[in-house]
Structure formats: structure tokens, C-alpha cells
Ligand binder design. Structure first.
Ligand code: NAP
Length: 217
């Protein structure tokens, strides 16, 4: 697939490398291409463009920008360009205030997640929340003795979620579909939980796993 990743930070670069590694075509989008000079040098087959160019190229897009800038980045990418496209939303609504005893502050509430806000403004975009509840170092081909970790996803469009499940299969994840966009109210705060051992004990290598029993007929 042609993958357009909106972002120039660690998540964008890691996922960009991962998609290339798995045989996709990749463009990373940024306001400042100079930020991606090293990535571009290390990945000659990858491309760098503006947010708008990246959205245009994308068959599948990834939103990997600072949470508070997500709507701005999507506006720059172009609502019309992204209409009907699947956008993996890896963002978290982290506020600028420092964490309290290791607990991050969010600028959203438990009654409205960032993805719901984005879905409301960009109503023709098929958002799927994914990749927000693990550190970027473990996003692609995670290796754990306990088996595949679980990626919690949600979104309103079943076909879009099927596409994202395919990506997660390829990247070595087990997918747990938690339902519609409202479930981002629960999935986004997994980032707070994930970061606590990091802030308190400098442990940043874990991932979540959902343990289940087989369904009884
Ligand atoms: N870091 C992780 O391990 C991790 C893990 C899971 C989820 N996340 C989430 O993934 C997202 C990306 O995280 P990150 O650490 O890679 O990068 P980041 O530092 O949170 O964000 C950098 C990106 O935000 C964009 N940005 C900042 N202000 C902007 C504005 N006013 N308008 C448009 N774009 C703006 C930058 O655009 P330019 O390129 O134009 O400067 C850059 O692409 C965040 O929402 C984060 O919470 C991060």
C-alpha cells in the first residue's frame, strides 16, 4: 500500500521504517523537511513531503503528531484529500502540564476523547485508533517471551478496522477491537497507564496483553 504518515517525530519515523520493512511505499509529512534529513538518508526508498502531499499520496494514512496539534495537522493535510481514507490515529491528548507522581495529564475528558473530536470535525475520514498504547521502540515486530502483545483499536468503520488489523498482523500484534470511536475514551488513557512505570522506575519496554478464554459455544 501507499502509506502517508503525518509527522516527523519518533512514532512517524519508526512506523515509516516499519512500513518500508514490510514492503509498503512510504511518505512522511512535515512542516519542516529538514527534521527528516537523517531518516531520509537512512531510508533512500522512503519519501518526505508536506502534510498535503503526504495525504494526497496516502491509500492509508497515519496521524502521528502532537495531540494538541492533531486537528491543525489534519487541516493542513486537507479534509477533502483525506475524505473516505483510513487514518490510523496514534495520537494521545497529552497536556503541556507535567505528570503528577508519574501520571500524565490529558486535555480531554472521560466523556470525549481526542479521536471523537477529530471524527466530529473530519466526519468523512475513517479514523482507527491504534499504536497509541505502546512506546515507539516496540511498535514494529515486538518480541516478548509471553507471545504477541495486544493492540487495542477502535473506530466507526468496519472496513477501515479490517485494514488496520491487516497492518497489525503484519507488524506482529494481536488485535483487540474495542468497538466504535467512543471507545477511544478508554484506549487513549492506556497511554497514561503505559507511561507510569517509565516515569516512576525508568521502565519503558513493556506492552499490554489481553488474556482470554476460548468462547463456549
Ligand atoms: N513517542 C512515543 O513513543 C509515542 C507512543 C505512542 C503514541 N505517541 C503519540 O504519537 C504522537 C506523536 O508522538 P512523537 O513522540 O512521535 O512526536 P511529537 O513530538 O509528539 O509530535 C511531533 C509532531 O507534531 C507535529 N506538530 C507539533 N506542533 C504542530 C502544529 N502546531 N501544527 C502541526 N503539526 C505540529 C510536528 O510537526 P512538524 O513535523 O511539522 O514539526 C511533528 O510532526 C503523539 O500524539 C504522542 O502522544 C507517542
Amino acid at each position: 500500500m501507499k502509506i502517508g504518515i503525518l509527522g516527523s517525530g519518533d512514532v512517524a519515523k519508526t512506523l515509516g521504517s516499519g512500513f518500508l520493512q514490510h514492503g509498503h511505499e512510504v511518505m512522511l509529512g512535515t512542516r519542516e523537511p529538514a527534521k527528516l534529513a537523517d531518516w531520509a538518508k537512512q531510508h533512500p526508498q522512503g519519501r518526505v513531503g508536506t502534510f498535503a502531499e503526504t495525504a494526497k499520496l496516502a491509500e492509508l494514512a497515519v496521524l502521528a503528531v502532537k495531540g494538541s496539534a492533531a486537528a491543525n495537522a489534519l487541516r493542513a493535510a486537507g479534509a477533502t484529500t483525506l475524505a473516505g481514507k483510513t487514518v490510523i490515529d496514534a495520537t494521545n491528548p497529552i497536556a503541556d502540564a507535567p505528570p503528577v507522581n508519574g501520571v500524565l495529564k490529558f486535555f480531554t475528558t472521560l466523556d470525549e476523547s481526542l479521536m471523537e473530536r477529530l471524527q466530529r470535525e473530519f466526519d468523512s475520514v475513517r479514523f482507527v485508533k491504534a499504536f497509541n498504547s505502546v512506546g515507539n521502540a516496540r511498535m514494529v515486530n515486538p518480541q516478548y517471551k509471553g507471545g504477541k502483545p495486544t493492540m487495542f483499536i477502535c473506530g466507526n468503520d468496519e472496513a477501515a478496522k479490517k485494514t488496520v488489523r491487516g497492518v497489525l498482523d503484519q507488524f506482529g500484534w494481536e488485535t483487540a477491537d474495542m468497538g466504535t470511536a467512543e471507545s477511544a475514551r478508554a484506549i487513549e488513557p492506556l497511554c497514561m497507564l503505559w507511561c507510569i512505570p517509565g516515569f516512576l522506575r525508568n521502565e519503558w519496554t513493556h506492552a499490554f496483553k489481553l488474556l482470554t478464554l476460548p468462547r463456549t459455544p
